[in-house]
Design a protein. Structure first.
Length: 255
């Protein structure tokens, strides 16, 4: 576990205009747009068949677009450490509650108060992810769903990018203080009382990987499995072929 201090000064309006946000469009039919719809589809598919509360929490809700897609199906709450994120969430998900709060301070939520907890690109920002996962277990109802996505530092083609020389999508964000390999996330998830239902990748979208070949051509080639996965709503891509790791877990026992 990384003991680095989170650079909280990074979290503001500038953060949502920098790093991976700056590199890729967020508008209609963008990769971001399709990804949010894919994650919403996964949540609806794997949410408890017999919900106890009908409530969903997104930790690190960012701009609020995922909550905007889910607030017709759940009573949604989003938390983010950035005031700017809370303001954007209230704009993009007007039926959801948006709070300025940290995922490392989940004591504000009661036991078994949510059927679903989602954390997209949040856990790698935490000082103590296992502690957060234990709190997620506490606030989830029995058989509740926990879905999270986080960078995979050991995916197959990453050595071709030479991130030690040129920062890539994973390493260029200084707030990524706890980037861990998939085996560590599986261990922490299972030790926190969850049963892993699916663990898979999101594709090799962080082009280029090869010299001389245009990045657009590489994106079309390496991004094809991602497109198929997103459009079908399936979980097809092996862990090693994803820049990010996606984990779908169900609460198996209380701690």
């Amino acid at each position: 576990m990384n003991q680095n201090t989170a650079p909280v000064h990074e979290y503001g309006e500038r953060y949502f205009q920098s790093y991976n946000y700056a590199d890729r469009p967020l508008g209609r039919f963008s990769m971001y747009w399709f990804a949010r719809r894919y994650y919403a589809r996964l949540v609806r598919r794997f949410a408890p068949a017999k919900p106890s509360t009908g409530r969903l929490l997104e930790m690190g809700c960012g701009l609020g677009h995922l909550l905007g897609l889910l607030e017709r199906h759940f009573t949604c709450v989003g938390i983010d450490i950035a005031h700017y994120a809370a303001l954007q969430t209230r704009r993009n998900a007007p039926k959801s509650s948006a709070l300025v709060a940290s995922a490392e301070r989940l004591e504000l939520f009661a036991d078994r108060s949510f059927d679903v907890v989602v954390a997209l690109h949040l856990v790698e920002h935490l000082i103590d992810p296992p502690a957060c996962l234990r709190h997620v277990n506490r606030i989830l109802t029995d058989e509740g769903l926990f879905l999270f996505a986080t960078p995979n530092p050991v995916y197959a083609l990453r050595p071709l990018k030479h991130p030690e020389r040129t920062p890539d999508a994973i390493s260029k964000d200084p707030t990524h203080i706890n980037v861990q390999p998939p085996a560590v996330w599986r261990q922490w998830t299972e030790e926190s009382g969850f049963r892993v239902l699916r663990m898979f990748g999101d594709g090799l979208w962080d082009v280029p990987y090869l010299p001389l070949i245009p990045a657009s051509l590489q994106f079309a080639l390496f991004g094809l499995p991602s497109a198929v996965q997103v459009l079908t709503g399936l979980t097809l891509i092996p862990v090693g072929l994803g820049v990010n790791l996606i984990t779908i877990a169900r609460k198996e026992r209380s701690l």
